[in-house]
Write a protein that binds this ligand. Structure first.
Ligand SMILES: NC(=O)c1ccc[n+]([C@@H]2O[C@H](COP(=O)([O-])OP(=O)(O)OC[C@H]3O[C@@H](n4cnc5c(N)ncnc54)[C@H](OP(=O)(O)O)[C@@H]3O)[C@@H](O)[C@H]2O)c1
Length: 299
């Protein structure tokens, strides 16, 4: 029986990146739908769960994409509420790649540092969907997390949202000047730049004088979010600090996304949320490392 992936996006044009990754993951048929809203979900789910016999539903899965992560989360929840008894399929939400990107960044950082428990992290411009998820994953690893924004109220709002949604306490800070940046960075072991693509957030002059131990820049578009971090940096050491760039993180992210899609067909009804995506990312990282050590440099 063919493996079918129903791809639902709130955008008018379903994301080509997601569709290509889905095809690369070995799915037989990808069916993309655009302009989806949470209200459309029950009907879409009925289309998925009543077309194949319950024991065959392992061959159908749903991927929710789009750009609005709140809408995507709501769509995932609506889908889960529509499933019943044996009438369910696997489902995953990764709008704009925000969960897979966050999972890849935190896995890379943790792999380098071995343990993150008790460390301090600053997630710069962490008010976007990727920064929010990076903060949640770091907090779950026992890290004291500060989310920065150019506007304190915005950072406070995101921290409140994380508390409500993920039951984790993270702390807001305003960073709109170099002085504020130094202030936040001086206590941090981990710094993540999660700003809008092409937005510089920190000069090299600022970070070389701080005792930060590991830095990850998620922005792949020049100029860099953290000056001096190359997009291909994969743990390069500079002045005693380990650096990770967006391309190195993106390689793991894409592999983890393919693996997460594949996993949805290993059993029926997999709920591929942020936590599960993080788990899969660790497995992807282990496989990647093993292949690399064997001399297979293909990503
Ligand atoms: N490597 C990968 O594979 C991969 C995959 C997906 C995404 N990404 C990257 O991950 C990063 C975060 O993505 P996202 O979707 O969460 O970002 P986003 O929502 O576009 O932006 C994140 C934050 O950047 C800040 N910002 C916006 N314009 C700014 C400006 N002119 N100056 C300073 N700060 C500004 C805003 O924070 P405040 O308004 O609160 O200051 C905003 O909330 C992006 O760079 C994206 O390209 C990488």
């Amino acid at each position: 029986m063919k493996k079918i992936l129903v791809y639902l996006s709130n955008e008018s044009q379903p994301d080509l990146f997601d569709i290509i990754v889905a095809n690369d993951s070995g799915v037989d048929v990808v069916i993309p739908y655009g302009n989806m809203t949470p209200e459309d979900i029950p009907a879409m789910v009925h289309g998925c769960i009543f077309t194949r016999r319950p024991e065959k539903l392992q061959n159908t899965a749903v991927l929710i994409g789009g750009t609005d992560s709140e809408v995507a989360d709501e769509m995932m929840l609506r889908a889960a509420q529509t499933f019943f008894d044996e009438f369910r399929v696997s489902i995953m939400a990764d709008p704009n790649g925000n969960s897979t990107t966050a999972a890849a960044a935190v896995a890379k950082i943790k792999e380098k540092m071995k343990t993150l428990e008790g460390m301090n992290a600053a997630v710069f411009a962490g008010t976007g969907p990727v920064g929010e998820r990076v903060s949640v994953l770091l907090a779950r690893e026992g890290v004291h997390v500060v989310i920065t924004s150019r506007n304190l109220k915005k950072a406070e709002k995101v921290c409140e949202k994380i508390k409500m949604k993920h039951k984790k306490t993270v702390y807001p800070a305003q960073v709109s000047t170099e002085r504020e940046c130094v202030n936040v960075l001086k206590d941090a072991d981990i710094a993540v730049a999660a700003g809008k693509a092409g937005t510089p957030l920190m000069s090299k002059e600022v970070w070389v004088q701080c005792s930060v131990r590991v830095m990850a820049d998620l922005n792949a578009y020049p100029p860099a979010g953290i000056e001096g971090v190359d997009a291909r940096d994969d743990g390069r050491e500079v002045d005693g600090k380990y650096l990770f760039g967006a391309v190195a993180i993106g390689d793991l992210k894409t592999k983890a996304m393919r693996d997460a899609i594949r996993k949805m067909y290993e059993e029926k009804g997999v709920y591929m949320d942020l936590e599960k995506i993080y788990e899969v990312t660790w497995e992807s990282l282990a496989v990647k490392k093993e292949r690399y050590e064997k001399g297979d440099r293909i990503k």
